[in-house]
Design a protein around this ligand. Structure first.
Ligand code: FUL
Length: 517
């Protein structure tokens, strides 16, 4: 690392205004004042930030979905009719093996399908006979949800549960009574298994399904908030957004702050401390290439922090089918998925479905471990970590280590909405990946940027992109250089950066033709 004069550093610190991470008082929802100008709306959007729970979730980056249930045994993805509960019979169920495999792959949370769309419950629910209690497995004494939660806690994984709103088995589905049934099941899951980090309300239903259910989403949200105030409500809930594909591919422009165009309730009587977003959130799939760009937010009535989760299965199906053992995604495919999800400001939710024995298969485990190895090796060495950093030609540089040290971040001066940051490495290095991270605790702000490298004489552009958010990863053809610059061309208010990295990904994973990140 280069040496620096501490006095210079202190002066420069003042000039550069890099800061410690702000205390987590948060505003993840804002009402846009009536008559606000376009600039006012942009400024509002730039200061909406995640709740502490949303921030902790974003930092997890890589989570696993576990689809396991009756479909595992009947060999289907979507059941045409209910099966006999006795058909659920894993011969060697071992949730420790799931948790251990996932932990070794770098996963932070696992989300289990406690009840999938066929209505079969993996816990002995008091409210139905379509559950493990009536199966042959463990003579009806078993509880997959309980075993799963225990194993996750043992291996330090956070726990999430999927409770399908669509239920093909329940005779009361399509009537008001179903809401009571669903709420009762929600209470069981949220009361009996300790802290739940994410609860997944799927929006899926077969097109043309004859029964139509009017879900009481707002009543469901209330139950979650009361029983598990720290849980995040995903997909048909207001805390985590479905990215809109089931391929693990996020948007190249991924805004976390989205507009609310219509108010379904009058906001005035709302007690702001009691989750206003729960009351005005309109559950639906958020589709389209750009959900939060300027044109989308001008005219918004309110704005809220709604980060994206990219779900995808490691296999063609969501459930395990032995016939798909040869179609498990390769390490290279998983690396692509990682770059197109985590690398595009999304959290990756990778489905790893256990087999009929009740184990994660060796094929899935192999790809998972392979992915982990590639990522650990690649991101274990950041060539920019020892760089000296010059901001806006101020002629004085500071080390990246100081700028982005623990809980530190750089933020441009108020009033500035562009910036040029030059990173000078101690030596020439060879790399093909850049990583940018905004300090989202002050808001998501960068709207357009480019990354250039210097070949000794001239600057050349490596990538020209739009949003950053919590994390943006970019792959490009390998370059060898000692200077790289980040040019922030447009930002909502003054931009920030909490980390910058340059890495070398083995060339066989670069995939520049089919590049997704
Ligand atoms: C969809 C479901 O139909 C699939 O089976 C799977 O659970 C996926 C995550 O969501 O809506």
């Amino acid at each position: 690392m280069r040496s620096f004069n501490p006095v210079t550093l202190i002066c420069f610190t003042l000039l550069l205004s890099f800061e410690s991470a702000p205390a987590q008082s948060f505003r993840n929802f804002a009402v846009v004042p009536l008559g606000a100008s376009k600039a006012d709306v942009v400024a509002e959007a730039a200061t909406v930030i995640p709740s502490p729970q949303q921030y902790a979730w974003q930092k997890m980056e890589f989570n696993a979905f576990i689809h396991f249930g009756m479909n595992t045994f009947t060999g289907v993805e979507w059941a045409k009719k209910s099966a006999n509960p006795s058909q659920f019979n894993p011969t060697d169920l071992n949730c420790d093996q799931w948790a251990r495999t996932l932990k070794n792959a770098g996963v932070k949370m696992a989300i289990l399908t406690a009840k999938h769309e066929d209505g079969f419950c993996l816990w002995p629910s008091r409210y139905t006979k379509y559950s493990v209690k009536y199966s042959t497995w463990e003579k009806g004494k078993g509880d997959v949800v309980g075993s799963f939660v225990k194993a996750c806690r043992k291996y330090g994984l956070k726990v999430g549960l999927y409770l399908s709103p669509w239920d093909q088995h329940s005779p009361v589905y399509g009537t008001e009574e179903y809401n009571t049934y669903y709420e009762n099941q929600l209470r069981e899951l949220l009361t009996n298994y300790g802290p739940i980090t994410e609860i997944w309300f799927d929006g899926g239903i077969a097109p043309g399904y004859p029964k139509k259910q009017v879900y009481d989403w707002h009543a469901y949200y209330k139950i979650v908030r009361r029983l598990q105030p720290n849980a995040l409500i995903a997909i048909m809930g207001p805390d985590i957004r479905w990215v809109g594909t089931e391929s693990g591919v996020g948007r190249t422009t991924e805004w976390d702050v989205l507009p609310i165009d219509r108010m379904t309730v009058d906001l005035k009587p709302i007690n702001r401390l009691a989750h206003p977003i729960d009351q005005i959130f309109d559950p639906h799939n958020y589709m389209g290439d750009d959900l939060g760009g300027r044109q989308k937010i001008y005219g918004a009535k309110a704005l809220f922090w709604y980060p994206a989760e990219a779900d995808v299965s490691i296999r063609p199906g969501w459930f395990y089918h032995a016939s798909q053992d040869t179609e498990v995604k390769s390490v290279s495919q998983l690396v692509n998925i990682y770059f197109s999800s985590v690398g595009r400001n999304d959290v990756l939710l990778l489905n790893v479905p256990p087999n009929k024995k009740g184990l994660i298969s060796k094929y899935d485990a192999k790809s998972l471990i392979g992915l982990h190895k590639v990522l650990s090796k690649t991101f274990g060495r950041n060539y920019a970590a020892d760089a000296m950093v010059d901001v806006d030609g101020q002629k004085k540089s500071v080390s990246a280590e100081v700028l982005f040290g623990r809980n530190k971040y750089w933020i441009a001066r108020k009033g500035e909405d562009t910036s040029t940051i030059v990173f000078t490495l101690p030596h020439q290095e060879t790399f093909d990946v850049a990583m940018l991270q905004e300090q989202i605790l002050v808001g998501q702000r960068i709207e357009r940027f480019r990354i250039d490298y210097r070949d000794g004489k001239h600057w050349h552009t490596l990538r020209h992109e739009t949003t950053v958010g919590y994390k943006r990863l970019l792959r490009f053809k390998q370059v060898t250089t000692d200077q790289v610059r980040l040019v922030i061309e447009r930002s909502r208010l003054n931009p920030s950066l909490s980390n910058f990295g340059l890495f070398e990904l083995p060339q066989k994973y670069l995939n520049l033709k089919g590049r997704t990140g």
